[in-house]
Design a protein around this ligand. Structure first.
Ligand SMILES: [Zn+2]
Length: 229
């Protein structure tokens, strides 16, 4: 079931008050029309009735796909995490056996996770691909800080995964990560102790831990070689 409530918000531009619908949970299997409104960020965009300004409003929201068996929890404030997700809870334990459950900190990461799971990909491997691309980018362009990399969907033509780079000094750009490299990484990850579909926080921090922990070291000795600048 999807749940929403109306709240009052004051526009940061004109300071006038207006009403905004907040969705505490969204079940896209029962209400498929809400899926697109998440993906195009409509459910997180407040349009001020007075000055027509568009304002992105992030709030805690549970995205639930019963068919593809995943839940992504956008948790807007860190302190809400414990309140909203009790891993010890019996019902939660049951859900974790059946579902992939993830916690994300923002609207962009929610949209990204949904895209990853809808494409049938393993998000831990996708984070490792991103870490690989991150290193490649910062090594080739050390004077242009990379702010974020996002998975943007499958590229059938080039048989790979599309990633978008958001950097400080250049326009956003896209690269295609080869599917076979992704599959190889997934195989290696599955052989390591880091593979865990029940891990709830799969992000760049997780990828860093896995890489420093040597997720690929046995299979790829090149990873342990240090490069001199
Ligand atoms: Zn306004």
């Amino acid at each position: 079931m999807s749940m929403s409530k109306i709240v009052n918000i004051s526009c940061p531009a004109c300071k006038k008050e207006g009403e905004f619908e907040i969705w505490e949970s969204v079940n896209v299997t029962l209400q498929p029309e809400l899926r697109n409104k998440i993906m195009n960020r409509e459910l997180f965009t407040y349009v001020c009735p007075h000055c027509k300004q568009n304002i992105v409003v992030a709030y805690s929201c549970l995205y639930h796909d019963m068919e593809k068996k995943f839940m992504v929890y956008l948790i807007n404030k860190d302190e809400e995490k414990d309140k909203l997700l009790n891993v010890e809870d019996e019902q939660m334990q049951k859900i974790l056996k059946e579902y992939r459950v993830r916690i994300v900190p923002g609207v962009s990461t929610l949209v990204e996770k949904v895209g990853i799971f809808e494409s049938g990909l393993d998000d831990q491997t996708v984070e490792l691909c991103k870490a690989f691309l991150y290193n490649q980018f910062t090594e080739s362009k050390p004077s242009n800080p990379l702010l974020a990399i996002y998975f943007g969907g499958m590229n059938e033509e080039q048989n790979g995964l599309e990633f978008y780079f958001i950097s400080e000094k250049e326009d956003p750009c896209m690269t295609v990560f080869p599917r076979n490299m992704y599959e190889e990484m997934l195989n290696d990850l599955k052989k390591s102790k880091f593979y865990n579909p029940s891990e709830m926080e799969v992000n760049s921090q997780w990828a860093k831990t896995a890489l420093f922990g040597g997720v690929f070291s046995k299979n790829n000795p090149e990873n342990t070689e240090k490069k001199d600048k």
